[in-house]
Write a protein that binds this ligand. Structure first.
Ligand SMILES: [Zn+2]
Length: 491
């Protein structure tokens, strides 16, 4: 178990955890949002982030501080906490982002770690190489090797009780991401950012983002705190958390405000296009949209940033509540409906259902089947796996209807889409208590048919009969030929 991170609750791949930050003497509850503070320009004062928004942690850039003479001197003299006037934990970035943008920076990992320690950072970052998506494999491999060397340097550096991050790179190569995750996990470093996903997010490639995170997570241990670096839009937090990300940083709240962009959990709106605010934060209740537009540039930017932050923190709280209540995937499903690319992200998440299943609680409050994607949820995967362990009598009637009355069969099991067959005794146990619409969809029937197939595969000697309510021929094709079929809708 990593000493600095403890997991309290899980749902799908998501978790509520506690990140202990010894140097700041604070414990940060995750999933957490780290507002990005530009040391040269604060849109919202860090003190206000703590007092008004409850921010327990923020992130600022040590490379910018290092490169700005007066700020550097003040940071060295007063320390970051006094300089920024922030009581929580302060994480610092190293200039890797600048490296990816401008191709060159003038500090080494040793220097920047030493500097981060000197200015009182609580969580420091080495200079890794953020390899963009879709580069030739040779480049991704070579840069990953450099990142790995930097992690070794960071591991050997004298960093005291400052936590240090181990970024996971690997571009869009899943095997490299997984290997990078394994390598990072093998170090004694503390926090694990999945790096260089910003270009994917900028291009709405949520599917590729999910694959990158899933691969990194396969390499990292379950107890590793994971930071989805540069992901600051509240629309995708639920998806990120469901993948197993614990930390998010947002520059978006300020950057978007500068361009009159209004954040919502369903996407971004232009202030010019809004007649009614769909929000009850102090800004949206104080101003009408006309009034907000009429403010002068500086004030409008700052008020809009406040709204953007309220929406952002609100979504984090909503996600935590969903993890606690076991309804995270229902929330992801709702968010997935806000943009077709988000739906791609959710569908890709379900490609990794078996991976999510490992941390998904065995029992929860309710399973709501709300779209055909629900048929691919980890609970369905788990039920199909469980079928392998159930003992089956010699002749068995699997039915969507009433149990067999004659002694033609040794036993009758229920069949419920999307799960498929199960013994009646399990009827009241999660997830078989799922709420499924009366008008069953094709995906649920197919998943149920796959369950029957699974049971038949692992019990080749059993005599199975399926009583179904008029399943289409293409669904029945998924059931092995050895299973007898009875259409219950026919006399
Ligand atoms: Zn608002």
């Amino acid at each position: 178990m990593r000493e600095c991170f403890e997991i309290r609750d899980t749902d799908a791949g998501g978790r509520i955890g506690e990140l202990t930050v010894p140097r700041a003497d604070v414990t940060v509850e995750t999933p957490a949002l780290l507002p990005v503070i530009n040391p040269n320009l604060d849109t919202i004062a860090p003190r206000r982030l703590a007092d008004e928004f409850g921010a327990e942690i923020l992130i600022t850039n040590s490379y910018i501080i290092h490169g700005t003479d007066d700020v550097r001197e003040r940071a060295l003299e007063e320390g970051l906490h006094d300089l920024l006037d922030f009581p929580g934990a302060i994480m610092t970035d190293s200039g890797s982002f600048q490296l990816s943008e401008y191709g060159d920076i003038d500090v080494t990992t040793e220097e920047i770690l030493e500097f981060q320690r000197a200015i009182g950072s609580d969580i420091a970052t080495p200079v890794d190489i953020p390899t963009p998506p879709d580069v030739p494999r040779e480049r991704a491999e070579a840069e990953l090797e450099t990142t790995q060397e930097r992690l070794e340097i960071a591991e050997g550096a004298d960093t005291g009780d400052m936590l240090v991050t181990a970024p996971v790179q690997g571009s869009t190569y899943s095997d490299l991401r997984e290997k990078a995750g394994r390598n990072a996990d093998a170090t004694d470093l503390d926090v694990f950012p999945v790096g260089a996903v910003v270009p994917l997010l900028n291009d709405y490639r949520y599917d590729d983002m999910v694959d990158a995170v899933a691969a990194a997570k396969r390499g990292l241990g379950a107890d590793a705190p994971v930071h989805l670096f540069g992901a600051g839009h509240p629309m995708m937090f639920a998806l990120g958390v469901a993948m197993g990300c614990d930390l998010f940083d947002s520059a978006a709240y300020a950057l978007y405000a500068r361009d009159d962009r209004y954040l919502t959990v369903r996407g971004t709106r232009n202030l010019a296009d809004i007649d009614y605010f769909p929000c009850s934060c102090p800004i949206c209740t104080e101003y009408s949209s006309d009034e907000l537009r009429a403010l002068d540039d500086r004030e409008r930017e700052s008020e809009l940033a406040v709204h953007n932050l309220h929406v952002t923190f609100e979504e984090i709280r909503r996600i935590k509540q969903a993890v606690r209540a076991g309804t995270l995937l229902e929330l992801v499903e709702q968010r997935a409906r806000s943009h077709p690319t988000m739906l791609d992200g959710y569908r890709t998440l379900l490609d990794h259902a078996a991976q999510l299943e490992r941390s998904d609680p065995v029992s929860k409050g309710a399973f709501f089947y709300t779209s055909h994607e629900s048929a691919r949820r980890p609970e369905v995967v788990r039920h199909h796996q469980r079928l392998e362990r159930l003992s089956v009598p010699e002749s068995l009637f699997l039915t969507e209807g009433q149990p067999a009355r004659s002694d033609e069969f040794d036993d009758s099991w229920r069949v419920e889409p999307p799960f498929g067959p199960f013994p009646r005794a399990l009827s009241r146990s999660y997830p078989l208590t799922a709420e499924v619409p009366e008008r069953t969809d094709r995906a649920a029937l197919e998943a149920a048919a796959d369950g029957v197939a699974r049971l038949a595969d692992v019990n080749p000697d059993a005599d199975l009969t399926l009583g179904h309510r008029g399943w289409p021929a293409a669904v029945l094709e998924r059931v092995p030929a050895g299973v007898d079929l009875i259409d219950l809708t026919r006399d």
